[in-house]
Design a protein around this ligand. Structure first.
Ligand SMILES: [Zn+2]
Length: 287
């Protein structure tokens, strides 16, 4: 837990001086890093939808956990080659993207931090942010790095199921009731609701569909192969009121993860190839 002897410096990493960075590192906080992408979100939402949502959720959660969490600048660009048929997306090669995230992790670990929580706001980043988190922990045994797809915890899934009006499953995936509602709750002036549409593909399958949680069989390919407008879902069902409810739940979810990460102990493991392992010694006292 952080010391209460001295006032806590700002919880915005980029606004710290270097001595303040060192102070924060000594307090062992959870570093919260929003990760997103710029991509088409129908005719009615800005291409920064994933960025704005991930950043807002992360900001609010970090502010709700003073002294425990620090917010890093958002990783704006992610992996979205499947959206390039639509004007706007900027995509980073998958390996470059993973390397970029691992380098961010390496850098902050070098400065003495050890807890990293990636707040991911873009579905196709999921396996890659997960891979980056795993690589960080494998490379630095005392590190604790994790990621999640927002509003996917059991409690959040339950709330979404009970309050959405879009058909389920397969009716709420992108620029949909959920993302449009969240954006309406954050920056209503940038949502062109008169251009919102309902477009839900015929999934032709009981196994493969896209929703906030996808079907068990993953079949992706080009986004333009599934939708004409870029929307997958029913954006016309979105309201700011739903957005505020879901936003509040999403922030609670992140706060729970921050608490989890703050209390978690490192699990460095040990290499059983070394003879010391046979006698039960740790690497430190056995080598
Ligand atoms: Zn999105």
């Amino acid at each position: 837990m952080p010391s209460t002897d001295t006032p806590t410096p700002t919880n915005r990493y980029a606004e710290l001086t270097w001595p303040e960075v060192a102070e924060w590192a000594a307090r062992d906080p959870v570093l919260v890093i929003p990760v997103a992408t710029l991509e088409d979100h129908g005719h009615h939402l800005p291409i920064d939808t994933d960025v704005v949502i991930a950043e807002t959720l992360a900001e609010r959660a970090v502010d709700a956990r003073p002294g425990t969490a620090v917010l890093l600048p958002t990783v704006t660009h992610g992996y979205t080659p499947h959206h390039m048929d639509f004007p706007g997306p900027i995509t980073i090669g998958w390996k470059t993207f993973v390397d970029h995230l691992v380098d961010i992790g390496r850098s902050v670990l070098h400065h003495g931090f050890r807890r990293i929580l990636f707040v991911n706001g873009h579905g196709s980043n999921v396996p890659l942010v997960d891979m980056a988190s795993r690589l960080i922990m494998l490379e630095e045994r005392d590190a604790i790095a994790a990621t999640f797809w927002y509003l996917s915890s059991p409690a959040s899934a339950e709330l979404l199921a009970a309050t959405r009006s879009s058909p389920s499953p397969g009716g709420m995936a992108h620029a949909c009731e959920l993302e449009t509602s969240l954006y309406l709750a954050i920056r209503p002036g940038l949502v062109q609701m008169e251009k919102a549409v309902r477009e839900i593909p015929d999934w032709e399958s009981d196994h493969a569909w896209m929703d906030w949680s996808d079907g068990p069989l993953s079949v992706k390919g080009q986004w333009s192969g599934w939708t004409e407008s870029g929307v997958i879902g029913d954006a016309t069902a979105a309201t700011a009121e739903k957005g505020r409810m879901w936003l509040e739940r999403a922030v609670e979810e992140i706060c729970e993860y921050i608490d989890d990460m703050a209390g978690r102990r490192p699990r460095p493991g040990r290499d059983h190839h070394h003879p010391a392992a046979v006698s039960g010694n740790t690497r430190e006292d056995g080598i």
